[in-house]
Design a binder for this molecule. Structure first.
Ligand code: PEP
Ligand code: MG
Length: 853
């Protein structure tokens, strides 16, 4: 038996036929469902993917089999593609296969000459171009005349236009089967996720003729709006038209009654009523909003096909929620129906996908959303623009902590350098600011106040649009779509939380971040980066004074100035989080980040500290390091300059007492960064315990706290067993852990990441999606060793990966208790965590949290 003689090679689509998606494609299966619903679907046959492969390889179904497909009723069929997934596309549909001179003569009788000519001509054109591969111009230009087209065919091929319907069908099947294997078609579908071996099934369906007398034509209808997801009848109906081709003599009708012109509802009320009925039935039986393709022939309705309604992110949420509300799908299924990333489109302004774009550069899409503003090149200029009420885009080579205030003043950020976890990217995601980093080919001239890209020069003050969702920089202003945090969004996330087996916290440094985190229902703060609190104009002088202090005593005096400010920072966070856990990370960056980088800044510093300029420059030089990210930072600073951590611990405990007076007792979580050895934890723990004891004594108030360790060096991951002895929790800082595991600078890798990913060295940017094989193995080893030592220890991930759906899926399987990410990524994380939890519950029903409750 060959692929073509197999009994399943060609099956008529009846309610009980053995039609399978894997074998015959999604369209065949969908048609069978429509047939089972007793919709008026023309007789249809499914040709299996194996048979189509054989046809592509040169075999032909025997004449009898082909004749059975075509020589019935009017003797005309359409051939449509049916891949396993509708997104993979396929060759274009061919209509009216089987038409010849005899059939044409019959159609002249039944439908008139004009209709018969149009039907025949459509097929001759399509056959000549797609099957015989003749020059398309010759056949598009035959002025709508059938005889001219037939003559052109004869002249080009030296034979009469094929008159045997079975031969026509055999040729059409072969050309469609071969088109599927063409290199462009393969590339296109692989870009949409199709496997390299993706197969094509074909459908042969009796033609529902849509050219002829009476109300006759074809169209499509859906019952929801593709942009909003709200109920609305939309679609089109074109009289005297088959397929998508426009032709002379067609008349477009509104579907529903409309003051602007005639409608199908008025012209053929029964047809319209049936279409609505079928749309409702499809929603209920196929459990999905469907777009129905139909043909009307003298007021007789045929349903040709149905596909899932195309939808925007906003519509996908509303449709899933409404299907679950109406009891058509279970809540858990609604949660899995929305792509987590789609949610970030709802949180921010987006460039309208239908609007024109003047693209000038492309970089890494570091923080989603879009904004238009005038170009500024310094943080100070951004603040000045904000003060004037002007919207600006901060354009920098890369940002440093001193730029944070300028970033807050800007509506978007663009940097020439950087990657997913560089400074600009992390801060922008934290505050929900559209951001593009690592734009190769962008060159900034800060003196001339210009930026150049792709041969175009932009001056300060000119308008650009940053599309942080796609990574595209556009010249001028672009049309935007508004954010959509509506009731469906809230409902979907509530359901997501009910199905999630891990918690989602937010990385929040400021009261504003914390409020955003609460707005998105984060279940605590998983990382508060305290160093950002010192860049405030009022604090920076005290910070610098502390850095310049020679003796611990002097240092303590400067830190005493900072203490009340830190205390009020923490008290505000505790208050906003209202009893939810708050994890405060002790000071992490190298001290030189707080010092001025240019001569003018150093002169000002010398003045304010009352020191000679030479002392200041010497000190700044002494603090500079070749590799600051591997140098005196994190716990290393905590051990060598312990007064900083002492002050922070005291501020945390005093804020704990303050906040506990007004509400539930607060249990702060204190986290030590950049640990690589157990002894580091012991030393810091001893001092923090001593500060806690002192505060208890002084205030006569009791409190508890949890001490944790950030695992962000490979050694800490490998020694997690030892380290866990002194820690109530471990939080994997996967940004630094990725940097150190790969030996890849998180601030500079953006320059070559595109090339690396393009050439398949890395499957993805590892700062964006957690590298399961290397960094992931360290996380898994660390978690296992820590749990072996302390089974009850809390394990989390607080690097940027905590907001990435694929990485969250990995974390969940590695057994982490929570992930923490930028506040604006919390909704995406909540949905991704729920989806993976649901998947795991299906694999092993015992772990379903919803089933347990
Ligand atoms: C990390 O390294 O993953 C982390 C969360 O800390 P930071 O990004 O502040 O270095
Ligand atoms: Mg870190």
């Amino acid at each position: 038996m060959t692929a073509l003689t197999d009994p399943d090679a060609i099956v008529e689509i009846t309610p009980s036929a053995g039609v399978q998606v894997a074998r015959h494609g999604w369209r065949a299966k969908c048609l069978q469902r429509l047939v089972r619903m007793e919709l008026p679907v023309p007789t249809s046959f499914a040709i299996s993917a194996d048979a189509v492969r054989a046809i592509a390889a040169g075999q032909t179904p025997d004449r009898q089999a082909l004749a059975a497909l075509i020589e019935r009723e009017e003797g005309l069929v359409s051939v449509r593609p049916s891949a396993a997934n509708p997104a993979w596309g396929g060759p274009g549909t061919v209509l009216n296969v089987g038409i010849n001179n005899a059939c044409h003569a019959r159609l002249v009788e039944s439908r008139g000459k004009k209709a018969a000519d149009a039907i025949y001509l459509g097929f001759v054109q399509s056959y000549a171009i797609h099957v015989a591969r003749l020059d398309p111009d010759m056949f598009s230009d035959c002025a709508g005349d059938l005889q001219t087209a037939l003559r052109a065919y004869e002249n080009e091929t030296d034979e009469e236009f094929p008159q045997d319907p079975a031969r026509q069908l055999a040729e059409v099947l072969r050309s469609m089967a071969r088109a599927w294997d063409g290199p462009t078609a393969r590339l296109l579908r692989q870009a949409k996720g199709a496997p390299s071996q993706a197969a094509l099934g074909l459908i042969v369906q009796d033609m529902a003729l849509a050219i002829g007398p009476g109300v006759t034509g074809s169209g499509s209808i859906q019952l929801v709006d593709s942009s909003t997801g709200m109920p609305r009848i939309t679609g089109r109906f074109r009289g005297q038209t088959q397929g998508r081709a426009e032709r002379e003599g067609t008349e477009t009708l509104y579907l529903t009654r409309d003051p602007r012109g005639p409608s199908l509802e008025e012209a053929a009320p029964e047809v319209f009523a049936d279409l609505i009925r079928f749309g409702v039935a499809c929603r209920e039986r196929l459990r999905e909003e469907m777009q129905i393709e139909f043909a009307v022939s003298d007021s007789n309705l045929s349903i040709i096909d149905a596909v899932r309604v195309q939808r925007s992110s906003r519509a996908s949420v509303r449709i899933a929620v409404s299907l679950a509300h109406d009891g058509i799908i279970p809540v858990a299924e609604a949660v899995t129906r929305v792509e987590p990333r789609a949610l970030s489109d709802l949180l921010h302004y987006q460039v309208d996908p239908g609007a024109p774009r003047d693209l000038v550069a492309k970089g890494i899409n570091a923080s989603p959303g879009a904004a238009t503003g005038m170009i500024v090149f310094t943080a100070a200029a951004a603040q000045a623009a904000e003060a004037r009420g002007e919207r600006c885009v901060l354009v920098r080579r890369e940002t440093v902590p001193e730029d944070v205030r300028g970033m807050h003043a800007a509506v978007a950020v663009l940097t020439e350098r950087g990657g997913m976890t560089s400074h600009a990217a992390v801060i922008a995601r934290g505050i929900g600011l559209p951001c593009i980093v690592g734009v190769s080919g962008l060159s900034i001239d800060t003196r001339a106040r210009t930026m150049q890209t792709g041969g175009r020069i932009f001056h300060e003050g000119e308008k650009i649009t940053i599309d942080g969702t796609s990574g595209e920089v556009l010249a001028g202003e672009a049309e935007m779509l508004e954010p959509a945090l509506d009731d469906s969004f809230t409902q979907l996330l509530e359901w997501a939380d009910q199905h999630s087996s891990i918690r989602i916290r937010a990385n929040a440094d400021t009261p504003e971040d914390a409020r955003t985190a609460r707005m998105f229902n984060a279940q605590g703060i998983g990382l508060c980066r305290t160093e950002h609190m010192f860049f405030d104009d009022q604090r920076l002088p005290a910070m610098r004074e502390m850095i310049f202090a020679d003796k611990p005593e002097d240092r303590r005096l400067s830190l005493e100035r900072l203490l009340p400010m830190q205390r009020s920072d923490f008290a505000a966070l505790f208050e906003i989080m209202a009893g939810l856990p708050v994890t405060i990370r002790l000071f992490d960056p190298p001290l030189h980040e707080f010092l001025p980088h240019d001569r003018e800044g150093m002169r000002e510093l010398a003045e304010s500290l009352d020191l000679p300029l030479s002392d200041v420059t010497r000190r700044v030089e002494a603090l500079s390091e070749f590799n600051p990210m591997l140098g005196m930072r994190g716990v290393r600073l905590g051990i060598t300059v312990p007064e900083i951590y002492d002050m922070q611990a005291r501020a945390i405990f005093e804020a704990t007492i303050l906040a506990s007076k007004n509400g539930d007792p607060v249990v702060p979580e204190i986290m030590i960064p950049l640990v690589s050895a157990r002894r580091e934890v012991e030393l810091v723990k001893t001092r923090i315990d001593a500060v806690a004891a002192a505060v208890r004594n002084e205030t006569r108030r009791d409190f508890t706290y949890r001490l944790g360790v950030m695992v962000e060096t490979p050694r800490a991951a490998l020694r997690a067993g030892d380290i866990a002895e002194h820690a109530a929790f471990l939080s994997f800082g996967t940004n630094d852990l990725t940097q150190m595991t790969y030996g890849l600078s998180r601030d500079d890798a953006g320059r070559f990441m595109g090339t690396y990913v393009g050439q398949g060295v890395f499957a993805e940017d590892p700062f964006h999606i957690l590298d399961r094989d290397g960094v992931g193995e360290l996380v898994a080893i660390g978690a296992e060793r820590a749990r072996c030592q302390s089974p009850g220890i809390t394990i989390s991930v607080c690097g940027e990966h905590g907001g990435n759906p694929e990485s969250i899926a990995f974390c969940l399987r590695a057994g982490v208790n929570y992930v923490s990410c930028s506040p604006f990524r919390v909704p995406v994380a909540r949905l991704a965590a729920a989806q993976e939890s649901i998947l795991m519950a299906q694999e092993s029903p015992k772990t379903d949290p919803a089933a347990q409750s």
